[in-house]
Design a protein around this ligand. Structure first.
Ligand code: ACO
Length: 324
């Protein structure tokens, strides 16, 4: 029994914020942002639009592509660090709005690795008896972005991506997932306030602790190292080489990180899905949005070997190998 991705879907809010728009907010330039990150523009939610609103559209598109109805779902795993509310889980809000009456539902927090972690959870549950699991990555990063901090505000965007993972009798599907963490590097990317360590307060807001803080340069180096390591670990687990990979779908944080990784691996850039120029870093949504685009434009085809690779706050890093 294998777990197979039978449908994908994605959604980004209509509003687009370009680098030129950000030039009017902080001391930066379109040229700096494009050269240092590869980002040209990002989508940002309308007032009142929340994580579950984005997740709902992406999930409906994935269910339609899979030919699975919401009432057939056994489980919904929603990866996010920007849920609608601390309580209840955003996955439960999505479960209700989809009408997934039989499904268990929970949120998963692994920052930018959330989708690959959630895919690992879905794989385990399907191999042990579930028939259909909905995996979603949905983020409203603009809500935790400090729009006065040029070090971070140029990087992030909002969006959602989803995949239906179904039981399958044939050999195709998720071959394995490889999930890692190292909390000793927790201070590289953090939202310090708003939890139980520094609860919401006027002082917390004055100190702007509700926003993401990042040591970008250190994160960059760890990202390159861990993405390379986990890719090699994944390929070795199946006795396949880099040249066997048909398509690599990495987390879309920075084009220079991805180029450094594929250069070290010896993987040609033509085999890499890149879309951060139009979305920025959408955290847990980045890989499923990129995967959905590649599925819909025909770059992902039956029988191909697809590798996913992610890293993010925690720190966490992860990969998945899929025979499509
Ligand atoms: N515009 C102009 N200048 C800027 C900007 C900006 N937007 N941001 C920073 N700078 C300046 C800095 O102040 C610094 O100036 P200084 O030398 O005078 O001090 C200079 O540019 C270089 O800064 P670096 O941080 O060394 O720039 P770097 O080349 O590392 O690029 C970046 C910064 C883009 C943040 C990069 O480090 C990066 O992408 N890091 C990884 C980010 C990431 O992937 N995060 C993980 C996921 S997030 C999650 O899990 C939720």
């Amino acid at each position: 029994m294998r777990a197979r991705i039978t449908g994908t879907g994605s959604y980004a809010p209509e509003r687009v914020v370009t680098n030129a728009d950000i030039e009017r907010m902080v001391a930066t330039s379109d040229e700096w942002i494009r050269e240092r990150t590869g980002i040209r523009e990002r989508h940002v939610v309308a007032d009142g639009q929340a994580c579950s609103d984005l997740a709902l559209v992406a999930a409906e598109r994935a269910l339609k592509a899979a030919g699975v109805s919401a009432s057939e779902l056994d489980l919904i795993v929603l990866a996010t660090c920007t849920g609608d509310t601390p309580l209840p889980s955003t996955a439960c809000l999505l479960q209700h709005r989809l009408g997934a009456t039989r499904a268990a539902a929970f949120d998963l927090g692994a920052a930018c690795c959330g989708f690959v972690y959630a895919l690992g959870v879905a794989d385990a549950y399907v191999r042990t008896g579930m028939r259909h699991v909905l995996v979603v990555g949905s983020e409203v990063m603009s809500a935790i972005t400090d729009w006065t901090d040029r070090n971070t505000c140029v990087l992030f965007g909002d969006g959602a991506g989803a995949a239906v993972v179904s039981a399958s009798g044939d050999d195709r599907g998720i071959l394995s997932t490889h999930l890692h963490s190292d909390g000793s590097m927790c201070d590289l990317i953090t939202v310090p306030g708003g939890g139980t360590r520094i609860p919401p307060s006027d002082q917390m807001v004055t100190d702007r602790l509700q926003y993401i803080k990042m040591k970008g340069n250190e994160t960059f180096k760890v990202a390159v190292r861990t993405l390379e390591e986990v890719a090699r670990e994944t390929l070795a687990a199946h006795g396949v080489g880099v040249s066997d990979v048909d398509l690599y779908v990495p987390h879309q944080a920075n084009v220079r990180i991805i180029k450094a990784v594929v250069d070290r691996l010896g993987l040609p850039l033509e085999k890499v899905v890149l879309n951060m120029d139009r979305y920025g870093n959408t955290s847990a949504a980045s890989i499923p949005i990129a995967l959905d685009e590649a599925v819909r434009d025909g770059r992902v085809r039956d029988g191909q070997l697809i590798m996913l690779g992610a890293f993010g706050a925690g720190l966490t890093w992860a990969s998945a190998l899929i025979r499509w």
